[in-house]
Design a protein around this ligand. Structure first.
Ligand SMILES: [Zn+2]
Length: 224
């Protein structure tokens, strides 16, 4: 079973509290909207896990561990005392996403990119993005899939620009989400049969968007 949510930051209402580690991490964020998004994402993942487990979100404590530097205020999230549950969360300005599952999972949400970082894509992906009617929008849809799969661990080791997600790895179920210039993707390991190529119809088309823009950061190593 899996519970996943994509939602505007302001719609998150969860009766739960952040841990001292989460509070400290949040205080390092400079902008008020980043505070709000951080809080919303960290509460939303408790709500997803609470629904999955049939327990109140107040009973759940989120932990994180960074395999690169050993930090405990960033990196892969997990639920204290629930080793059988996988969780993932993401926040961007205005939107948050979270997922909880009994299978490995990853989730990402991003605002539509203003530019396309060339190092983020393989050659084949770059060609596909350039061929779309709205390349920055297509890039963002592709990027959130890449991030979700990286968080799940499906593509294996490698930099984002070396992982081609136009071809789906075996045994992963993908769910795409879009709203008002934001795109998201959830990936859940199914252990099933090969999924074949990505459902590219999900990557086509674009929505009008006049809001703030920023390119998704490329991931090369821990940046704390
Ligand atoms: Zn780290």
């Amino acid at each position: 079973m899996t519970v996943a949510r994509f939602t505007p930051v302001g719609d998150v209402r969860v009766d739960a509290a952040l841990t001292a580690t989460e509070f400290a991490r949040r205080e390092r964020l400079v902008r008020t909207e980043d505070h709000a998004a951080y809080t919303a994402a960290h509460l939303l993942v408790r709500a997803c896990a609470g629904e999955l487990l049939g327990v109140a979100p107040t009973t759940l404590s989120l932990e994180q561990h960074c395999p690169s530097c050993g930090g405990v205020d960033h990196g892969r999230p997990s639920l204290a005392g629930h080793e059988d549950v996988y969780v993932s969360l993401s926040h961007t300005r205005g939107y948050v996403a979270a997922i909880a599952s009994h299978a490995p999972c990853g989730i990402d949400v991003e605002l539509r990119a203003a530019t396309i970082p060339s190092r983020a894509l393989t050659g084949r992906e770059s060609g596909w993005v350039r061929a779309q009617p709205d390349p920055p929008d297509a890039f963002t849809r592709l990027w959130v899939r890449k991030e979700a799969l990286i968080k799940l661990g499906a593509p294996g080791p490698g930099r984002p620009g070396e992982i081609d997600v136009l071809t789906a790895p075996q045994g992963v179920r993908l769910t795409a989400w879009s709203s008002q210039g934001a795109h998201g993707c959830a990936a859940v390991k199914t252990g099933g049969t090969p999924a074949g190529d990505w459902p590219r119809h999900d990557l086509e088309g674009s929505a009008a968007w006049n809001g703030p823009r920023r390119p998704p950061a490329t991931r090369s190593s821990c940046t704390r």
